[in-house]
Structures are given as structure tokens and as C-alpha cells.
Write a protein that binds this ligand. Structure first.
Ligand code: TEU
Ligand code: CA
Length: 558
């Protein structure tokens, strides 16, 4: 396995709108991020990923870019950005930016031109089609629900948008589009940034002919992923970006890559020829999808979680490198999902941290995860801000579905669960801002906040710090091989990491039940020592003992 700086790093994702407001307008901004860099350094962060900060129409909080080479007015200026980059580098950290290639805003000059006439030179920068039988060109559903097509009266055609209608998809088949994107990518890399998280990258190529999807249930619109996810030929585009931009710089690229099977790992992230360095796979965060898909809840299953993690950990050994995560700005909070945020808030948050941070790969912590921020349940639809929620709500109403069930689904799945303001202290608005924030705070900021946890040696935050220190203290925990232990156990998730003679054993109780655990015989005479745990005095010897609710124990075996 090749050694790389980004394999030894711990990354932290910032959702700038909700991180820190410096000028009292209720919206997080770049000077706000700068003011918290010491906090991140102290936590042990090496790489900061900032979600889009480019000029934007803000239909999807920055993922609808209207100028790739300018900064969103509300976030600050290019001078603020330059200062942010300098301050990050000064502290020995690195910055990766969000790279949104699949679409722009409908307010981007390319789209304004493109929509101006059918003969405009930029017409083919986007995907325009005639109506079919007086309706949308095909039955594709947008990822944000509703049709993936928007009718444009002016030129009497539809344009494709896999996300909101303010996010028209670029026509990646057009070489001029790719050339413009390459120029833009190099412009940022020349500024000295350290890489990219590459947004929605599996969707940039569409199935030729844009065919209808099979529709046995006669739905209005049909899950369109088979029409645009990981389509044959996508690597020609990706390899061009690599060859003409990424490869000339010492950077890291992490693709947001739903739907990539492990069998294609080498093409996507193989050490030599892969198109990218890492991908965020989605299987473990899609575990609780019900039969009706993402908005439908189903209980998740530990055996399935083990199978998924084992597949990616073992499958990438010697092939590529994992990007490890439990949360991001699109996912509900992990303690609300996989832990118990009420009775075992601390214990289960720490257990989940231990679970993902010690696997093989580069861990990505999402802002607030390090203090165990939880889901929020808003009473009013209008408290939610995410465009996706409004689209979903509208479609459910059109389908005559029950409103309270819809609100329940939204409360569970809403991306806004992850987007409430960062909870810095127990003052008004959690210390995020001095005025009413753009989205409501989670009221538990009085109990769950950074200031309180910095002072409490047993806090989740201090546990994260200890975990990061431990990870960095040992080559085994970075490069060591992963192996599942007790794979068949119904309640305990255990795995080992090993390199040469040194082994770490990680034992995790995923429930409030108290299953019996017995230290494996094979390692008993090798002086196992507990190096970290989320309960006091977890070293209970080699006799069988009951794990406490959500207990996590890390043993070092020499
Ligand atoms: O998310 C992309 C995204 O939601 C998909 O990968 C999706 O899960 C998949 O297509 C389902 O099939 C990114 C950003 O993280 C998100 O915040 C943006 O809203 C979105 O792209 C559009 O830019
Ligand atoms: Ca602000």
C-alpha cells in the first residue's frame, strides 16, 4: 500500500452556511470559519472540506453555482477566501473544495445564454429536448422528486435537471463544456488548494438516447438512476479531468459516488489508474431505506452493516483507499440513527466514533458530529429550508398522501437535520450568531455544545480528540489490515487492525442490551492492553463479561 499524506489525515467537513456567522446576519461565512480554525487544529483535523462557497442562486445552498470563480456574497469575498486558505496552511492543515461538475445554476451565464435561443452557441452546454406527446421528454424523476425536466416557454423545449429545477445538468458530452471545466479546476488548483470533494460525480454521464425507465406501477415519474448513474463511458470524462488537471498537482480527490459496486473499485480509485483517490460509497447510509425508497423508513440491521463494512474494508485492501464517514450535510445525524440520543447520548456517540474512525481509510467528521449533535424535529413545514423537502411534500400532496405521515418521514430523513447551526455554547442561538439564524437551532444547544464539552474531560468532544490522537500514534491504525471478528455475533461489532506483529482489537456493542463478550483466545498471551474506552475501567480481563450499553473498547496487542 502506497503511503500518502491524505491516508494519514483526519478530515472535517464544514457546511459554511451553518458553521459560524461572523457579521450578525444569521448566515455562516468565511471569516466565521477562520475564527474557528484553532478549534479544528486542536481537535486534530488535518484536512478541511468546505461545501460550495461559490457565487450561487442558493436554491440548494450553494450546489447551484452561478459563478465558479467567485465567492457567494453572503459568505464573503475572494480576499476572505485567500485569507482562509493562508490561515489553514499556516496551521499545517489543508483545504479541499467542493467541485460541482454535474450541473450549474440556471443563473450561470452559460445557462442564461443557452436558454436564450435554440441557435445560441451555448445551447449544447445543457441538455435540451422537445416535448414527447405534449409532455416531458421522458419519465425520469429528479433526485429531489418530481419530474427531472423543466419546460422553457421561450424556446419551447425542456431542459434536464437531476436535482432542483434551478440546477440544469451540464451536457458533459460536449467537449467545450469539459474544456471550460478543466480551465476552472486548474484555476483553483493554481491558487494552492489541496484537492476536491467531487459532487454527484457518478451522474455526469447519461444513458444515450435518454430512454424512458420501465414503469410497471404506472407512477408519474420513475427512479431515473439507471439512466444516469455510473453509465458506461463515464471514465473517459473522469480520466480527462485527471489527465488535464488533477494529475499535475499534489492533491486529493474524493468522489461522492452513490451506486458504485466494489467490483469497479479499481477503475474508480485504483492506486495506479483509478479516476479518483477515494469515493464516498453510500451502502451503509442507505441501510434504513424502506420498500418505497429513501423517504420510507425501515429498521437497519447489524448483520447487514457488518457485511457492507467488511466488503469495503476487505475489498479495497491493496486496491484503493476508503473514505470513512457516518454523517454529512445530506444525512440525518448518526447518533439519532444508529445510537440512542436520549438515554445513551454520550455512550452511543462515542461508540459510533470508535466504529468508523479506526477502520482503514481516511475518516471524515461532519461538523457537530464531534459533540454528538442530534436530529431536530420541526413542527412547521416552514421551519425546514431544504428545496428537496418542499418538492417531496408537494408530490405527496399531489398523490393524496397523509400529511402527518409525510411530516414524520421528513422529520426522520430531512437533510436539514444536519444543517441546523453549529452549537458552540449555551448562549442565544448556540453562539452561532447574534441574530435569528437562517434556519432554526436545535434547542438542545443548551446541553450539547462545544464550550461545555471542552471543559468536561468525559465529553464526546474530548473522546474524539483522544481517538484522533490514538489513530495518529500508530501506523497500524492507519495502514493496518482490517479483519472482521465475531462476524456472526448478533449484537457485537468487532474488528481487528494489524500490521506486522502489532494488532488492535476494536469491540463495539451496538445496542442498549448487554451481550456477553469473551476476549479471543488467540491473543490472550500477547499482553492485550485497553488503550481507549467509552466507560471507565473497561479492562475486565479474560473471563467472559457483559458489555455495557453501547460500550466500545479498543485493545492493543503487541
Ligand atoms: O448530493 C448528491 C446526491 O444527493 C446523490 O448522490 C444522491 O444521493 C444519489 O443521486 C441518489 O441516487 C450532492 C450534494 O451532497 C447535495 O447536497 C446536493 O444537493 C446535490 O449533490 C446536488 O448538487
Ligand atoms: Ca454572516
Amino acid at each position: 500500500m502506497q503511503r500518502k499524506w491524505w491516508k494519514e489525515a483526519v478530515a472535517y467537513e464544514i457546511y459554511p452556511r451553518s458553521f459560524m456567522d461572523s457579521n450578525g446576519d444569521g448566515i455562516g461565512d468565511l471569516p466565521g470559519i477562520i475564527s474557528r480554525l484553532d478549534y479544528l487544529k486542536d481537535l486534530g483535523v488535518d484536512i478541511i472540506w468546505v461545501c460550495p462557497i461559490y457565487r450561487s442562486s442558493n436554491s440548494d445552498n450553494g450546489y447551484d453555482i452561478s459563478d465558479y470563480q467567485d465567492i457567494m456574497t453572503e459568505f464573503g469575498s475572494m480576499a476572505d477566501f485567500d485569507q482562509l486558505l493562508a490561515e489553514i496552511h499556516k496551521r499545517g492543515m489543508r483545504l479541499i473544495m467542493d467541485l460541482v461538475l454535474n450541473h450549474t445554476s440556471d443563473e450561470h451565464p452559460w445557462f442564461i445564454e443557452s436558454r436564450s435561443s435554440r441557435n445560441d452557441p451555448k445551447r449544447d452546454y445543457y441538455i435540451w429536448r422537445d416535448a414527447k406527446d405534449g409532455a416531458e421528454p421522458n419519465n425520469w424523476e429528479s433526485v429531489f422528486t418530481g419530474s427531472a425536466w423543466e419546460y422553457d416557454e421561450h424556446t419551447d423545449q425542456y431542459y434536464l435537471h437531476l436535482y432542483s429545477k434551478k440546477q440544469p445538468d451540464l451536457n458533459m458530452e460536449n467537449p467545450a463544456v469539459r474544456e471550460d471545466l478543466v480551465r476552472m479546476i486548474r484555476w483553483w488548483l493554481d491558487k494552492g488548494i489541496d484537492g476536491f470533494r467531487v459532487d454527484a460525480i457518478t451522474h455526469i454521464k447519461k444513458l444515450p438516447g435518454l430512454p424512458d425507465m420501465p414503469n410497471p406501477n404506472h407512477l408519474r415519474y420513475v427512479d431515473s438512476n439507471p439512466g444516469h448513474r455510473n453509465i458506461e463511458g463515464i471514465h473517459e470524462f473522469l480520466q480527462q479531468f485527471k489527465r488535464e488537471a488533477f494529475a499535475d498537482y499534489d492533491i486529493v480527490t474524493v468522489g461522492e459516488a452513490s451506486g458504485i459496486p466494489i467490483s469497479e473499485a479499481d477503475r474508480w480509485i485504483g492506486e495506479e489508474n483509478g479516476s479518483l483517490n477515494m469515493i464516498f460509497q453510500f451502502e451503509h447510509v442507505n441501510l434504513d431505506f424502506g420498500l418505497e425508497g429513501r423517504w420510507d423508513y425501515a429498521a437497519w440491521d447489524l448483520a447487514e452493516l457488518k457485511r457492507i463494512m467488511d466488503k469495503w474494508q476487505s475489498g479495497l485492501e491493496g486496491v484503493g483507499w476508503n473514505a470513512l464517514y457516518m454523517e454529512n450535510h445530506d444525512q440525518p445525524r448518526s447518533v439519532s440513527r444508529f445510537g440512542d440520543p436520549v438515554r445513551y447520548h454520550k455512550e452511543s456517540s462515542k461508540m459510533l466514533a470508535t466504529f468508523f474512525m479506526l477502520m482503514q481509510g481516511t475518516p471524515f467528521i461532519y461538523q457537530g458530529q464531534e459533540i454528538g449533535m442530534t436530529n431536530v424535529e420541526f413542527a412547521e413545514l416552514s421551519d425546514y429550508k431544504d428545496v428537496e423537502i418542499y418538492n417531496y411534500y408537494r408530490e405527496r400532496l399531489l398523490d393524496g398522501k397523509d400529511v402527518s405521515e409525510t411530516m414524520r418521514r421528513i422529520a426522520y430523513r430531512a437533510r436539514d437535520n444536519a444543517r441546523t447551526p453549529m452549537q458552540w455554547d449555551d448562549t442565544l442561538y448556540g453562539g452561532f450568531s447574534t441574530v435569528v439564524p437562517w434556519i432554526r437551532c436545535n434547542l438542545n444547544y443548551q446541553e450539547i455544545n462545544v464550550a461545555q464539552q471542552l471543559d468536561d474531560p468525559n465529553s464526546i468532544l474530548n473522546y474524539y480528540k483522544a481517538l484522533i490522537r490514538l489513530r495518529k500514534s500508530s501506523e497500524v491504525l492507519v495502514y493496518g489490515k482490517y479483519e472482521a471478528v465475531l462476524l456472526e455475533h448478533p449484537e457485537i461489532f468487532a474488528y481487528s487492525r494489524s500490521l506486522g506483529d502489532e494488532v488492535y482489537l476494536i469491540v463495539l456493542n451496538f445496542y442498549c442490551k448487554t451481550p456477553e463478550f469473551q476476549f479471543p483466545a488467540e491473543w490472550r498471551d500477547r499482553h492485550p492492553e485497553v488503550v481507549l474506552s467509552n466507560y471507565e475501567r473497561s479492562d475486565r480481563g479474560f473471563d467472559q463479561f457483559a458489555l455495557q450499553p453501547y460500550e466500545a473498547i479498543v485493545y492493543r496487542i503487541m
